[in-house]
Design a protein. Structure first.
Length: 218
């Protein structure tokens, strides 16, 4: 009996045949999934970061980091230039934060793969945490928390998590803590970046109308 039979199902046709993996010398794992149905490409990077890495003093800062990812970096030193570049690439983009990982993705025309990877490289390796950007983004992140608190289902979940995890609640709560979010500093952002954002703690996925040989080369 094979692995898929044990799980009770089989992979969709072509799902393994069109998937290629490689580990680079710096430890970065790369997965390429070829699918030429539409002339688009998506690049996504996932990092082992999130609530489970956060003690009380950092609760919610992985989530704030996600928001700051799309602000400024060495090559695009303010959000206006960052957004202008996404428009030039025709990119749609987003990110999410969970208990054991954060992820960011860009989708664009397949011909922008090389430029898109360079753009991702700038954002993930060389962020700039400007105080004026953080001043704008802290209320946005805290506002998501406040909206969640307006839902009785969230309150029930949150209180049950307190009873279940006790002092370790921050390790299971990606949304964070109001006070920590609203007092976050650029220095704290850099602590997260310098501690977790390394190639051998990350997975890069490239999928769409791409050839794996070309993607690995880039």
């Amino acid at each position: 009996m094979d692995y898929w039979s044990l799980l009770g199902h089989s992979p969709s046709p072509g799902s393994l045949r069109d998937t290629f993996t490689k580990k680079l010398l710096n430890g970065l794992e790369v997965v390429v999934i070829e699918n030429s149905k539409v002339p688009l490409a998506t690049i996504e990077i996932a990092v082992k970061n999130g609530a489970y890495t956060e003690g009380p003093e950092f609760s919610g800062l992985s989530h704030l980091f996600e928001h700051m990812f799309f602000k400024a970096n060495k090559d695009y030193p303010n959000q206006e230039k960052f957004l202008k570049r996404t428009q030039e690439l025709g990119a749609v983009w987003n990110g999410t934060t969970d208990i054991e990982r954060v992820n960011y993705f860009f989708t664009f025309d397949k011909d922008s793969l090389d430029a898109g990877l360079k753009f991702m490289n700038s954002a993930i390796r060389f962020p700039i945490y400007r105080e004026e950007d953080m001043k704008k983004e802290r209320p946005v992140v805290d506002g998501e928390f406040q909206r969640a608190e307006s839902d009785p289902r969230f309150i029930l979940w949150f209180d049950s998590q307190k009873y279940l995890w006790g002092d370790l609640l921050t390790r299971k709560n990606p949304i964070g803590d109001h006070e920590v979010i609203n007092t976050a500093t650029p220095e704290k952002m850099m602590i997260i970046k310098d501690k977790y954002y390394y190639p051998n703690n990350s997975l890069l996925t490239i999928c769409g109308d791409v050839k794996h040989e070309d993607a690995f080369k880039i």
